[in-house]
Design a protein around this ligand. Structure first.
Ligand code: ATP
Length: 355
């Protein structure tokens, strides 16, 4: 069992006015793959380092399996960190690199050898064991760094952008493998990234951070479909959600640019609204239909399996996701529709979602 709890954790660095982490409360379940996601500087690494014992907390508590770890030395917390830079020892063979944490913990030679062999097999790097790090590709070095973390059999894995040094293809491949490996091992994992696609594909749940504060904690589906606020709506999704100024008028929602949509149900009203439409929440027709909104095509961007059609509604630019065969030319008149249930409504001043 290894449940991880952050309980109202605060951290301020003396050189900065705003705290790096502000009132972070998180409950990570045993075996869960939790991704801390947010833009550069939002406090992800600081949150991870406090759990590892590499930064002190100003306030709050961090517990593993119900026991506070904040006064423990890093080595006594039983967590393993994997960084962006693999930090392998260049003068040691891959085998010695992987078994290093076991040597530090004074494990016998027999135990070391059998655990290294098992992990090397799991990561399919047995053939690399005699080599030095300099004789490995980036992807291979990354596997060795992972093997060194796994061999310890820690209670928690902490991973700080471990895939960011890999090229795009290897990165996509490795994230699938890493997710499968984590499921197989069942070790609670906290994974830091600023890459929303990485977060969406790997996480059981995503904790979205901005400016040191937790914005939303939820499954990838929830943060995508039901973003808690405008920040999450625009941070997650590629292209991001279309956000348009809107107001209620005669029972419908009137968007800037003149598009009138059947008003979605909202929990409460606000003085100023923003409507949020995912690119796939907008249906695009080439022929006029009842209630459809005319718009003009600016440009179509074919992406192979889909096309992003950029349309203009007055001064408003909307991105619409269509099938690969729909790619209207610039200047074409098209017609837009949206199901009310697919429209998110936000309070423009607080940014909070209202439905
Ligand atoms: P990135 O993705 O760029 O690594 P991050 O979300 O992990 O960003 P942190 O590294 O946690 O962000 O940093 C949060 C804020 O705290 C940043 O503004 C950073 O400059 C500041 N910070 C981090 N470490 C220190 C430090 N040791 N001393 C002073 N300020 C720091």
């Amino acid at each position: 069992m290894s449940r991880v709890e952050y309980d109202d954790v605060w951290k301020k660095f003396p050189t900065r006015d705003a705290p790096a982490v502000q009132g972070l409360t998180l409950d990570v379940a045993d075996g869960e793959f939790l991704v801390l996601l947010g833009p550069s500087g939002c406090g992800k690494t600081t949150a991870l380092r406090m759990l590892a014992g590499l930064e002190q907390l100003d306030r709050g508590d961090i517990r593993i399996d119900g026991k506070s770890v904040v006064t423990l030395e890093p080595k006594d917390r039983d967590v393993a960190l994997v960084f962006q830079s693999y930090a392998l020892y260049p003068h040691m063979s891959v085998r010695d690199n992987i078994q290093y944490p076991l040597r530090v913990r004074k494990q016998s030679a027999g135990t070391r050898a059998s655990r290294v062999d098992r992990v090397a097999k799991l990561l399919r790097i047995e053939h690399l064991l005699p080599r030095r790090p300099a004789q490995l590709s980036g992807g291979e070095q990354q596997r060795v760094a992972l093997a060194r973390a796994i061999v310890r059999e820690p209670r928690v894995f902490l991973m700080d952008e471990p895939l960011s040094n890999l090229d795009a293809k290897l990165r996509t491949h490795t994230r699938t493998e890493l997710k499968a490996l984590q499921q197989q091992l069942g070790v609670t994992t906290i994974f830091v990234t600023h890459d929303q696609a990485e977060a969406m594909t790997m996480a059981d749940r995503i904790a979205v951070l901005d400016a040191g504060r937790l914005q939303q904690l939820g499954t990838p589906d929830t943060v995508y479909q039901r973003p808690a606020n405008l920040f999450v709506a625009q941070f997650i999704g590629s292209p991001p959600m279309n956000i348009v100024a809107a107001r209620h008028e005669n029972g419908s929602l009137l968007l800037e640019g003149g598009w009138r949509i059947e008003a979605p149900r909202i929990a409460k009203d606000a003085a100023e609204l923003r409507a949020g439409l995912r690119p796939e929440a907008i249906e695009l027709d080439m022929v006029a239909r009842e209630g459809a909104q005319p718009a003009e095509v600016l440009v179509s961007e074919p992406l192979g399996s889909e096309v992003i059609v950029n349309v203009k509604l007055g001064d408003v630019l909307l991105k619409v996701r269509t099938g690969p065969d729909v790619r209207p030319d610039p200047g074409t008149r098209v017609f837009l529709r949206a199901q009310p249930a697919a429209v998110r409504v936000f309070d423009a001043s607080s940014g909070a979602a209202l439905n």
